[in-house]
Design a protein around this ligand. Structure first.
Ligand SMILES: [Zn+2]
Length: 150
């Protein structure tokens, strides 16, 4: 991953936190990052309104402006599960043989086990511009596209 993609990938965590808070969507089905473009796909039951998407974008950018710390640490899987529950997981499974997890945490915002590289502070991400949101009724999945500006 390029430096730019570390920013975009970190933005996925920020957008994820915003989507969880504004829409209440808990489970991530997949993520995609290329250059300054990102896509987050979450399990959801309907297409959000334009107003809700605006609030997601605003919440994400408020978190960026705040310059929140992006913490990375390792934790025994059992301990992490005891501490954080299933919030650390996405819909794609972590293999059973993995006993040590790398956890990424933006306090009060997002927690996830993740092996990618991240920025140290959300202020390094730049402005998040949400693009298209696509709801796939058959899969009960919501895809949210975004780009980083500036
Ligand atoms: Zn990550």
């Amino acid at each position: 991953m390029s430096e730019e993609e570390h920013r975009t990938h970190s933005a996925v965590h920020v957008v994820k936190g915003a989507v969880q808070k504004v829409l209440g969507a808990k489970w991530t089905a997949s993520v995609f990052v290329s250059g300054r473009h990102g896509r987050l796909t979450v399990q959801y039951d309907r297409k959000p309104t334009d107003d809700e998407l605006r609030r997601v974008e605003q919440a994400a950018n408020a978190k960026v402006s705040e310059g929140a710390e992006v913490l990375e640490f390792e934790m025994e899987r059992k301990e992490a599960e005891g501490h954080f529950g299933d919030a650390i997981y996405d819909l794609f499974p972590v293999p059973a043989e993995v006993t040590l997890l790398r956890i990424v945490r933006i306090p009060d915002w997002n927690i996830n086990c993740c092996n990618e590289s991240h920025v140290d502070s959300t202020s390094q991400i730049g402005t998040v511009r949400l693009g298209k949101a696509r709801f796939r009724n058959s899969k009960r999945e919501l895809e949210i596209e975004f780009d980083l500006a500036g």
